[in-house]
Structure formats: C-alpha cells, structure tokens
Design a protein around this ligand. Structure first.
Ligand SMILES: *[C@@H]1O[C@H](CO)[C@@H](O)[C@H](O)[C@H]1NC(C)=O
Ligand SMILES: *[C@@H]1O[C@H](CO)[C@@H](O)[C@H](O)[C@H]1NC(C)=O
Ligand SMILES: *[C@@H]1O[C@H](CO)[C@@H](O)[C@H](O)[C@H]1NC(C)=O
Ligand SMILES: CC(=O)N[C@H]1CO[C@H](CO)[C@@H](O)[C@@H]1O
Length: 305
C-alpha cells in the first residue's frame, strides 16, 4: 500500500489501525498503555521506552535510553537489549514473563550484586530454560549467588569489568564461554574448570591471579581451546592441557620457560596443540626457550616472547 492510500484510508476509517489504536481512550492517557496498544498491531505489546520492531517481534530494544529500572518484558520476547543504561537492580518481579528469553543483554549498567545475587533468587531464573547468552559486563557486581546455576542452556556468560574478588561458585554446567576479565580475582578453586564439560573459552585477563591461587592442574583440562591469563601476577607458566590451542600469558611476571607446563611426554603422538602462545611482557626472553620446545610446540605458529 502506498503512503498516499494509507493516509486516505486513515481519513476514511476513523477506527483504522494506521496511527492510533481506536480503543486507546479506554486505557487512559498513560503513555505506556498507549504505546503498548500502538505496538499491538506489530504482534504484541511493547513498553513505551523500548522498540519492538514489527519485522522481528521477538526482539525488544531498550538499549541506551537512560533507563534506571527494568521495563516490563512481554512474554513473547526472546532477544532483550538493555545495555548502556543506568539500571541498578533486576528485581524479582521484572523477570516473571521472561521465560522465553534467549539473549539477555545487560552490559554497561549499574547493577550491584546485592540487587542480582540476593534479590534474583533461584526461582527468578527457574523456567528460563532457553537463555543461552547473558551479558553482565561493565556493571558493579561483586558477588554472584547461586542464582545463575539453573540456567540449563546458558553457553556464554560475560561478567567482565565488574567487582568480583573471587570466581562465582555456582555457575551453569553447560557454559562454553566464561569471560571474567577486568575483575579483582586472585585465585581459581581446585578442580573448578573440571566442573564444566563443554567449556572452551576462558578469559581472565586483567585480574590479580598469582601462582599461589592456582592449584596444579587447574588448567590441565581437555576441551579448553582458549585461555587468556594475560595481565595478571603469575611467575610461572601454569600446566595446561595438550589440547589447548591459544594461551595468552603476556604482561605477567613469568621468570622461566617451563616446557613441562605444555608437555609431560613428547613423542610422535604426544605433543601440545598450542597454536598461539603469548609470553611478551614477562621476565624471560628468546634465549630461555629450550631447544626441545620445537618438538613439544610443533604446532605453534605464533610464539611471542
Ligand atoms: C507480565 O505480562 C502481563 C501480561 O502481558 C503484563 O500485564 C505484566 O505487566 C507483565 N509483567 C512484567 C513484570 O513484565
Ligand atoms: C524453549 O524453546 C523451545 C523450542 O524453541 C520451546 O518449545 C520451549 O517452550 C521453550 N521453553 C521456554 C521455557 O520458553
Ligand atoms: C595433564 O593431565 C593429563 C591427564 O589427566 C596427565 O596425563 C598429564 O600428565 C597432565 N599434564 C601435566 C603436565 O601434568
Ligand atoms: C601422556 C600421554 O598423553 N601419553 C600418550 C602418548 O601417546 C600414547 C600413544 O598414542 C598414548 O597411549 C599415551 O596415553
């Protein structure tokens, strides 16, 4: 329909849905009710402060609008964009209709742990069985309670740029990507990574990790593809699995190149799968790499030292 004929139609039919819902007056002058009704023709209601594009009715865009509280979440929404606001709390009630969420983007807000760890109880995330991506980076979270543990489908959790001083204890079991960089974490609990059978990418750059905080074999878990421990306080190269492909250790205080960190046995079929190894910005140089390394690290295409 051309814009001209649309206009014409509006003029002719006072109750047409072109501009305003004809029953809007029923619901009073509140902006939210108006907007909700206006959006109805697009496949469902939508809070006034957000956009729900008719072409993509399962998405709700509320990013960068100066929001200080969570908007209401219509039940159909799968992709929710709330980043770059001033939201400080995710109260119980906000998530009641959010059981269909697949992506929840809450990064760059002001969420504090007392407002997510304690007020978001396990029950709040119960039923959010399809949530796969949760972005919480750049908030003010210092603690994560067990509230996230029940997110059975969650594969990517980003809590970087917060105020964590330790690794959250109960995290969902099926994570593939765990991003914790730029916090104040100084240790990794014994056997921590072993709890996740599908974990492939672990990023902990810009924390306060020391050798003391890393029990032996913490990172010697198969399945891991990428491990970023750069910008920490490590003095030794931690033992990693031979299946690891990318290891970032730049800007630590490593004083020794320990080949045993990569290979305990070297032969035709036992060698490290490392492709990338960053060791620049440490206290070692090329001369510290033993000659046997070429056997163990035969797949490394990039070693920065
Ligand atoms: C939940 O959905 C109902 C019905 O659509 C709506 O009236 C209510 O405001 C919603 N609650 C929240 C917290 O989003
Ligand atoms: C999750 O997704 C599946 C398939 O898309 C759907 O059948 C199911 O109802 C969803 N679960 C929830 C809790 O929304
Ligand atoms: C890493 O773990 C494997 C299997 O658990 C083990 O065989 C290997 O010796 C360990 N690597 C090191 C360097 O200790
Ligand atoms: C320590 C290690 O990985 N050893 C393996 C070396 O290769 C042989 C033969 O493929 C395996 O049986 C060992 O487990």
């Amino acid at each position: 329909m051309s814009p001209v004929s649309l206009l014409l139609l509006c003029a002719l039919l006072p109750s047409c849905l072109c501009h305003q819902d004809p029953f809007a007056w029923l619901y009073g002058p509140r902006g939210q009710a108006m907007a909700a009704l206006q959006a109805d023709r697009a496949g469902g209601d939508c809070p006034a402060e957000c956009d729900c594009p008719p072409t993509f009715p399962v998405a709700m865009y509320c990013d960068d609008r100066g929001l200080t509280v969570m908007p209401f979440i219509p039940e159909r929404i799968k992709y929710l964009y709330l980043q770059h606001n001033h939201i400080s709390a995710v109260p119980d009630s906000a998530m009641v209709n959010a059981s269909n969420l697949v992506w929840l983007m809450l990064h760059h807000n002001q969420i504090r742990s007392e407002e997510i760890g304690k007020k978001i109880t396990t029950a709040d995330f119960e039923g959010m069985d399809n949530l796969t991506v949760l972005y919480l980076q750049q908030n003010s979270i210092s603690e994560i309670s067990s509230s996230l543990k029940d997110l059975a489908s969650l594969t990517l959790l980003d809590i970087s740029g917060n105020k964590l001083t330790k690794i959250p204890e109960s995290l969902p079991a099926h994570l593939h990507q765990l991003y914790l960089e730029s916090n104040s974490i100084d240790s990794v609990p014994e056997g921590f990574l072993g709890r996740f059978t599908q974990l492939q990418y672990v990023r902990m750059a810009h924390n306060q990790l020391t050798d003391k905080g890393i029990p032996p074999n913490t990172f010697n878990v198969s399945g891991l593809v990428e491990l970023d421990l750069s910008f920490n306080r490590l003095e030794r190269i931690p033992i990693v699995s031979t299946t690891l492909q990318h290891l970032y250790l730049q800007a630590n205080s490593i004083k020794e190149f320990t080949l045993g960190s990569f290979c305990s046995v070297v032969d035709i079929s036992n060698f490290s799968k490392l492709r990338t190894l960053r060791l620049d910005g440490n206290e070692i140089g090329r001369q510290d790499i033993p000659i046997e390394s070429s056997q163990c690290l035969r797949q490394a295409s990039e070693i920065n030292i």
